[in-house]
Design a binder for this molecule. Structure first.
Ligand code: PMP
Length: 435
């Protein structure tokens, strides 16, 4: 009887023994195409030689230096690289060890910012239903996934939720995208008025919704309206790019495609490309200035933040992402994946929608294409698809169930950016067969 606690108690899982490029091999010698990069993590595939070399070099120099004593060249370099890629106003970086930690740090930065500028009453966080922002208690409470929150109620009372921007399910007949964006903006405005505009601290959203909905981008103009509302009320806009950031959608930051700049952005997953847990928060000049001119301290910290080996890995990942036409390749492979899926599955009575950006694509599974009715959650259709895909040597990221009682099943695909046209065609063939 194993002593290792798995997420699903008692699960028997294959043992991963090696990873190379887009392929993972298990202890029985079975090879799987990593069509989801784990959970949108392995953006450069497995064991990228240049990242391994950068980590080894750093490991031989120094592998740990507590941030209360030292900074390191690699951590400083990473901050330079990230801010050089970000809009001008996002000019500082705080390094953390993962996605939840990044969200947690961003929330605390927002809270401390308002304390520093003399508005401590601002404590409410508004996020969106059916969202996921991490598993630590603040990030979990921010997420609007009723199923995940249920066992931990009463959870932080200052967290509130409005509708996500989810055109496939929510766009009304005859409604334009602009009208839909305006309707959602009105809903947010009403929520802010209900809570008191000077009591709200932050609005949190994923630019392209990943795990919970399956690569759902917002309609055009939605984020511009959100930005305008936040500005009007002095509310901070936190964009969570833990999953959709670092080139996943074909631009380094997904928000670049929305024409807005957040006050804080969280990144993780692809930042380390699967090496050494790492994440970061990019914060705007005005937040940095409030800390500097106020208490002179950010009241936060974890033992492993700014870890030199993690920073060395991330530096190399970011360098590779920004060279040799990598983003053009992500877009070309993403287009191939989208059109391949449309050809293979467009006529399927069980596929309601195929969407996404770059190498971040989602397939929405329905029981009835016309009514868009999902399958009964008890059938666990998403789990059956996962099993069928694994049997065909494909790793994908299906999700489903009753997230607030409305959403059904979907499959998320997020292959490594180094994938070839042949890999994409294999992914399409296998997922189509599995579905
Ligand atoms: N935010 C988003 C949008 C995520 O997708 C995730 C992870 N799935 C997290 C936060 C939490 O990241 P981690 O699992 O690294 O803590």
């Amino acid at each position: 009887m194993t002593k290792l606690l798995h997420r699903t108690i008692g699960a028997t899982l294959p043992r991963a023994v090696s990873g190379q490029g887009v392929t993972i091999t298990d202890s029985d010698g079975r090879a799987y195409i990593d069509g989801s990069g784990g959970a949108a993590v392995s953006c450069l595939g497995h064991n990228h030689p240049e990242v391994l070399a950068a980590m080894t070099t750093q490991m031989n120099a120094i592998s740990y230096a507590h941030t209360s004593f030292f900074t390191t060249d690699v951590a400083e370099e990473l901050a330079q690289r990230l801010t050089a890629l970000a809009p001008d106003s996002l000019d500082h970086v705080y390094l953390v060890s993962g996605g939840s930690e990044a969200v947690e740090a961003a929330l605390k930065m927002a809270r401390q910012y308002f304390v520093e500028i003399g508005q401590p009453q601002r404590r409410h966080i508004i996020a969106r239903r059916q969202s996921y922002h991490g598993n630590t208690i603040g990030a979990l409470a921010t997420g609007g996934n009723a199923m995940r929150r249920a066992q931990f109620q009463p959870i932080l009372p200052e967290t509130h939720h409005v509708s996500p921007c989810y055109a496939y399910r929510d766009l009304q007949t005859g409604e334009t995208h602009a009208q839909y964006a305006a309707r959602l903006a009105d809903e947010l405005e009403a929520k802010i008025q209900e809570l008191g505009a000077d009591q709200v601290m932050a609005f949190v959203a994923e630019p392209v919704v990943g795990a919970t909905l399956g690569a759902v981008p917002a309609v055009e103009g939605y984020f511009k309206r959100i930005r305008e509302i936040c500005d009007r009320h002095g509310i901070l806009l936190i964009l969570d790019e833990v999953m959709c950031g670092m080139g996943r959608t074909g631009t380094i930051f997904a928000f670049e495609q929305e024409g807005v700049v957040p006050d804080l952005v969280t990144i993780a997953k692809g930042l380390g490309g699967g090496f050494q847990p790492i994440g970061a928060v990019l914060l705007s000049r005005k937040i940095f200035a409030a800390f500097r001119d106020g208490s002179g301290l950010f009241q936060h910290g974890h033992t492993y933040i700014g870890h030199p080996i993690a920073a060395a890995a991330a530096n190399k990942v970011v360098e590779i992402l920004t060279r040799d036409g990598m983003m053009a390749h992500v877009n070309a492979m993403g287009d191939r994946l989208q059109s391949g899926l449309e050809t293979a599955l467009g006529q399927s009575p069980y596929v309601g929608d195929i969407r996404g950006r770059g190498l971040f694509r989602g397939i929405e599974i329905v029981a009835d294409k016309d009514s868009k009715d999902p399958f009964d959650p008890k059938l666990k259709t998403y789990a059956k698809i996962k099993k069928a895909a694994i049997a065909r040597g494909l790793l994908c990221y299906p999700m489903g169930g009753t997230i607030d009682g409305v959403h059904g099943d979907h499959v998320l695909l997020a292959p490594p950016y180094i994938c070839t046209p042949h890999d994409i065609d294999q992914i399409v063939d296998r997922i189509a067969a599995a579905i």
